[in-house]
Write a protein that binds this ligand. Structure first.
Ligand code: PFF
Length: 445
């Protein structure tokens, strides 16, 4: 498929919603959202998160989709086309660059989830009981590179087939499977004796924990969780048909994402609390705490295996969306054929992923900067600097520069006014605060 035919390759309306949900639902929902909710005030934090989504996340998501569909280009060219200025395209390019590097490390982590699914089903995961040791030994070795390759091959095979036959079909298959697994695992976790303690850690409202810091954390998570600032929604927006309402799509994607995050918490916390394991966040939660819990559970190998399959499905549908960002850029800018673009960019991300992955094992000196593995640095720079800056670019662009947003959004006059107010005045200020907070420039109590 060449870049010309790619132009008319569009999502069906359900296919688009599933693909956007597939992108939004990812590792962030599983290992970050549940823990920060528990830590920053349970149901009170959850409410705050919903407020952030409604007031800022949804308007920016809608802005990204509208810019993509209006410009019918990639995450950089859409801005150039709509403004007539290459400078905006250059700012948009930042998200293409971010997407490329995010794919390099996200592919590594997605590989870990596949490995753990296999380890769990075979029962090998539960052999020696030292889950932290096992995990640390695994991630710093060579084996993750093989798993990263598997993830990359799957992602490449999906993308080579294009938008409707590749991305859409894949998500239409994986999202329903993901929902079945999620519901099954949630019922299983909630029926464990003593599950209530986990639910209470996750959701018990504690309004005294709502501080400036928790608000910024909620906001950062709302952005990450909707896959904003990565060029994904602009790129996917270009494949949305004119007849689809992007207002309703925004709402459906946001709702799907929240429900998923909620169910993920209802699986994770009951499971670990029942077995007396301390909650934590990040890789430690899913690769260390959860295996310990599964090992103590009847049919733990089965439920653990299913859990890691769920996690890898969530990760791969997000990986597909992020690799499409540089692929769309390359087919349009360099006029590469789609096949070549997917293969070249997939291969480059894989190659960059190798040192990132090896840096986690201590690696050579050049693999660490200030004592931190380059893996962590790339994650930090992409997630905490590039994503908020790109989000800022898109809000300012949609709010002040591009005048066609009203028509493209299809919103009624009242909703449009509200949306414009949010993207003009509220979102840029709050995104800037998140950026300064994560960059360590400001501290809040
Ligand atoms: N919304 C995704 C998540 O919560 O994991 C964010 C994401 C990260 C999307 C990495 C795509 C990606 F490659």
């Amino acid at each position: 498929m060449d870049s010309e035919s790619n132009k008319n390759d569009r999502f069906s309306s359900l296919g688009f919603i599933m693909s956007a949900v597939g992108s939004a639902v990812g590792l962030g929902n599983m290992w970050k959202f549940p823990y920060i909710t528990g830590q920053y005030g349970g149901a009170a934090f959850f409410l705050l998160f919903i407020v952030c989504l409604l007031l800022i996340g949804f308007p920016v998501l809608l802005a990204e989709l509208a810019v993509g569909r209006g410009g019918r280009g990639n995450a950089s060219s859409s801005l150039t086309k709509l403004s007539g200025s290459k400078a905006w395209g250059a700012l948009g390019f930042l998200s293409v660059l971010g997407a490329f590097f995010i794919m390099a490390f996200y592919g590594v982590v997605a590989g870990w989830t596949l490995h753990y699914a296999v380890l769990s089903f075979t029962g090998n995961l539960f052999e020696n009981g030292d889950y932290a040791g096992l995990f640390n030994q695994f991630i710093g070795g060579w084996a993750p590179i093989g798993w990263q390759l598997v993830v990359m091959i799957v992602t490449v095979l999906v993308l080579i087939r294009g938008v409707s036959k590749g991305i859409e079909r894949f998500n239409k298959l994986l999202i329903p499977s993901l929902v079945v697994l999620l519901v099954l695992l949630a019922i299983q976790a909630m029926s464990l004796q003593g599950a209530g303690e986990g639910v209470s850690f996750f959701l018990k409202p504690d309004f005294s924990k709502l501080t400036g810091e928790s608000a910024l954390v909620a906001l950062g998570q709302a952005f990450f969780s909707l896959s904003l600032g990565m060029g994904i929604m602009v790129t996917y927006g270009a494949y949305v048909q004119k007849s689809q309402s992007i207002g309703s799509a925004t709402f459906a994607v946001g709702l799907g994402n929240v429900l998923y995050a909620l169910l993920a918490g209802l699986i994770i916390f009951p499971t670990i609390f029942v077995f007396g394991i301390e909650p934590t966040q990040g890789p430690g939660l899913v690769f260390v705490a959860l295996p310990a819990a599964f090992s103590a559970m009847p049919f733990g190998a089965l439920f653990g295996g299913l859990f890691f399959v769920l996690l890898s499905f969530a990760a791969i549908t997000s990986a597909v969306s992020i690799l499409e960002v540089p692929v769309a850029y390359a087919t349009e800018t360099f006029k590469w054929k789609r096949n070549s673009a997917v293969l070249i960019i997939g291969a480059l991300c894989f190659l960059i992923g190798i040192p990132l992955s090896l840096s986690l094992g201590g690696g050579a000196d050049w693999m660490t900067i200030n004592g931190k593995p380059v893996f962590d640095w790339v994650d930090f720079i992409c997630s905490n600097i590039i994503l908020p800056v790109s989000s800022l670019v898109i809000t300012i662009f949609a709010g002040y520069v591009w005048k066609g947003a009203a028509e493209e959004s299809g919103l009624s006059a009242g909703w449009f006014k509200l949306w414009l107010f949010m993207v003009r005045f509220i979102a840029p200020i709050l995104v800037l605060l998140v950026l300064l907070y994560y960059a360590g420039v400001i501290q809040v109590g």
